[in-house]
Ligand binder design. Structure first.
Ligand code: T3D
Length: 268
């Protein structure tokens, strides 16, 4: 049963639902029976939905969430079959699907807000952490479950997680594959905020509405600056900031915002 509110859903096989509202799009992973695990079809629909949002000038932010009690359980393991004992080439799936997906999220002009509504496991956890702002419901948990099935963390997880929580915590999460609940994740700085489950979508929507009314050029440049900071020296980053600030300063949104500030009514 689809959410009747998702009335302007885009054409798809409904593995991913898109709702346009208030200057942003909500993109919902919709395979609740498998905790929204990734199949090839879900991959295809998700990247299409993200590309469509990015191409829409009226869209200023994306909210990514899941239907049911899971956010995303990573790769759908029922797709993994060993024909005559021959192992599938997992690298191919990463290169063709997961890597382009997380790279696209990081390079989009649009900010992507993850509303983590339940378990985020394997590449599902990496997906959440690739987003710009992560809000999670109290009952959500993050599991780097890869090692349980003999794999290494992927979809950028080995890059993102140590930067967010430090090497010691990342190593233990990867090797022990224990779940970390949303409260702990927020305490560690892995995510922006942990909120009551009942208000998760309200909180994430409020973040998206705020982003939708923030100058979009600045958001795009902030993403670019933070991305390059990961590998730049301090001096190179200062130079980059100067370059990007020049770009921000000649954008009409800067002039309009400064004029609005200068012309605001005096406080009584
Ligand atoms: O393969 C490649 O291309 C390489 C790339 C890999 C990227 C990866 O993501 S590898 C990691 C893959 N994911 C996992 O290993 C996680 C597997 N799932 C779990 O460990 C557990 O389901 C969870 C810890 C996420 C949640 O546990 P729990 O007890 O809350 O739920 P559950 O009962 O295990 O799952 C509910 C249903 O979802 C269940 O189906 P059923 O029995 O009700 O019909 C379960 O089989 C299904 N499900 C959960 N995860 C997956 C899945 N079905 C397919 N694939 C899954 N990943």
């Amino acid at each position: 049963m689809l959410n009747p509110d998702l009335e302007n859903e885009l054409p798809s096989q409904n593995n991913v639902l898109t709702l346009k509202q208030d200057g942003y799009r909500t993109i919902t992973l919709n395979r609740p029976e498998a905790l929204n695990a990734f199949t090839r079809q879900l991959h295809a629909e998700l990247i299409d939905a993200l590309r469509a949002a990015e191409a829409d000038d009226a869209c200023r932010a994306v909210l990514l969430t899941g239907t049911g009690r899971g956010f995303c359980a990573g790769q759908d393991l029922t797709e993994r079959v060993f024909v005559d004992g021959v192992a599938p080439d997992l690298s191919e799936n990463l290169v063709e699907r997961y890597n382009p997906l997380v790279s696209f999220i990081r390079s989009m002009r649009l900010p992507v807000v993850a509303a983590v509504n339940g378990v985020a496991a394997g590449a599902g956890a990496s997906l959440a952490l690739a987003c710009d702002i992560v809000v999670a419901g109290k009952s959500a948990k993050f599991i780097q479950s890869f090692s349980r099935i003999g794999l290494i963390p992927d979809s950028g997880g080995t890059w993102t997680l140590p930067r967010l929580v430090g090497d010691a915590r990342a190593r233990a999460m990867f090797m022990l594959a224990q779940s970390v609940d949303a409260g702990q994740a927020a305490e560690w700085g892995m995510i922006w905020r942990c909120v009551d489950d009942a208000v998760l979508m309200d909180e994430a929507s409020a973040v998206c509405r705020q982003l939708a009314s923030t100058p979009g050029a600045a958001i795009k440049l902030i993403k670019q600056a933070l991305d390059q900071a990961a590998t730049n020296s301090f001096e190179n980053q200062l130079a980059l900031e100067a370059e990007l600030q020049r770009e921000a300063g000649v954008h009409p949104e800067y002039r309009i915002s400064v004029e609005a500030f200068r012309n605001k009514p005096a406080k009584a």
